[in-house]
Design a protein around this ligand. Structure first.
Ligand code: UGA
Length: 435
């Protein structure tokens, strides 16, 4: 199969590289010439474990190319995937489809007659139909098919998620699109991955419903953790106790400072907009987003309270600033709201993050960046663990105690057993667990 990926961001780059790994010939396109030049030289613009090796291997094998020239690549393609950004539109939270529609026009003009155009970007219900209308307008004489194939990979484990997904969702409206997508995903069906074929609207709803459901699970366990604190119960055991029920499942029941990232906040907002414009309120999703929005402020207040009611003139050491481990992505990271809030309350901030630092200077001011966690906590009045990087999961607790000015360790990801922290002489506070 000749595959073109329009957009070489997270989804486009990972999906394109993995399709090449399946054995297909792939060209990844991006309008940013600098990104393409770097990729041609094997320089990856994002931090994603394992991606660099896979890119280099497939470039060498001649199966993966990078280009800014959409028309030439599309002209010989069996399938063209649209994987461009769909940011929240300023003002109303609707997904901004400008890039998707522009890509559709360009593809329709250059594609061969029987090409299949596939939406991979997260797009609102009805987008595949819109893309099809654009194709009919731009190239009325061509038999172009339009399909929807949403992506479910997570940052930090994107390769594994793509290569071993729980399922692949394909929304199609004609047999040609179905047979091309079946051929593209054949290596996965050999591994017995369910390929679910639906109509296009259903595929589009599945993507948003999946992300909204996961966001609901997180907000739910965050609220339950508040209840656990109030009644002296342990949220870790509650999560385990309910998660062993297969109807509930154990995943995405880890309490924390609220979900961030480029997907859950944006996609829940876009889903609510779609629902509202169709007269459906989706009250549960609304509640999950409200819980998440207030969560970060509550965590800011909690740290101030644990610091004795004021952080003015105190030093807070923040451990981990990215929205989750194994990524350098800062989008909607809780730290973006929390660090400035502590600074506004008079605190000095020192911080350590294995990846976030490179980008973080553009997001934060007046933060002292440390080269390791111990350097960050030297002389601090409190250490706050915000992102559960592996580098922060097995700290030398005696050293932590020795470096801190006051032995206050606030763990907003429940990484440590409270007994270990207490035996190390630390004043340990976590989420939803008796101290
Ligand atoms: C999410 C979905 O998990 C993917 O399936 C989906 O493809 C992707 O969005 C997308 O739509 O592109 P991602 O945003 O990379 O993936 O990261 P997650 O691992 O889902 O984490 C999102 C946020 O939820 C993080 O801030 C994380 O710390 C938080 N989280 C996650 C919790 O607070 N508790 C949990 O139990 C799980």
């Amino acid at each position: 199969m000749q595959i073109v990926m329009i957009g070489s961001g997270y989804v486009g780059l990972v999906s394109g590289t993995c399709f090449a790994e399946f054995g297909h010939n792939v060209v990844c396109i991006d309008s940013n010439a600098a990104v393409i030049e770097n990729l041609q030289a094997g320089i990856i613009p994002i931090f994603e474990p394992g991606l660099d090796t896979l890119v280099t291997r497939n470039i060498s094998a001649g199966r993966l190319r990078f280009s800014t020239d959409t028309a030439s690549a599309v002209a010989v393609a069996n399938a063209v995937f649209i994987a461009v950004g769909t940011p929240s539109r300023r003002g109303d939270g609707h997904a901004d489809l400008t890039h998707v529609y522009a890509a559709a026009r360009e593809i329709a003009a250059a594609a061969p007659d029987d090409c299949v155009i596939v939406d991979k970007s997260t797009v609102p219900v009805g987008t595949a139909r819109e893309v099809e209308a654009i194709c009919r307008e731009v190239a009325p004489h061509k038999q172009l098919s339009v399909a929807s194939n949403p992506e479910f990979l997570r940052e930090g484990s994107a390769i594994e998620d793509f290569m071993r997904p729980d399922r692949v969702i394909c929304g199609v409206d004609d047999p040609k699109a179905e047979s091309v997508l079946r051929a593209i995903y054949r290596p996965l069906s050999l591994r017995e991955t369910p390929l679910v074929f639906t109509d296009r609207e259903t595929a589009e709803v599945i993507k948003y419903a999946a992300n909204a459901f996961l966001a609901i699970k997180i907000s739910f366990i965050n609220e339950i953790s508040d209840l656990c604190e109030a009644v002296g119960a342990n949220v870790q055991d509650v999560a385990k106790g309910i998660g062993l029920d297969k109807r509930i499942g154990s995943k995405f029941l880890h309490p924390g400072p609220g979900y961030g990232g480029s997907c859950f906040p944006k996609d829940t907002l876009a889903l609510l907009q779609t629902a509202r414009s169709n007269g459906v309120p989706l009250k549960i999703v609304t509640a999950a987003t409200e819980v998440n929005n207030t969560r970060k402020g509550e965590m800011v207040e909690r740290v101030i309270r644990l610091c004795g009611g004021s952080v003015a003139g105190k030093k807070i050491a923040v451990l981990g600033v990215t929205f989750k481990p194994n990524t350098d992505d800062m989008r909607e990271a809780p730290s973006l709201m929390m660090i400035p809030a502590w600074q506004a309350a008079g605190a000095q901030i020192s911080a350590f993050d294995p990846q976030g630092r490179g980008h973080a200077d553009q997001y934060f001011s007046q933060v002292n960046w440390a080269n390791d966690p111990y350097e960050a906590i030297v002389g601090a009045d409190a250490a706050v663990l915000l992102t559960e990087w592996n580098e922060l999961r097995a700290l030398d607790l005696a050293k932590v105690k020795a470096q801190l000015k006051s032995p206050l360790f606030i763990d907003l990801r429940n990484v440590y057993p409270p007994e270990d922290m207490r035996s190390a002489g630390l004043q340990y506070h976590s989420i939803g667990r008796p101290y």
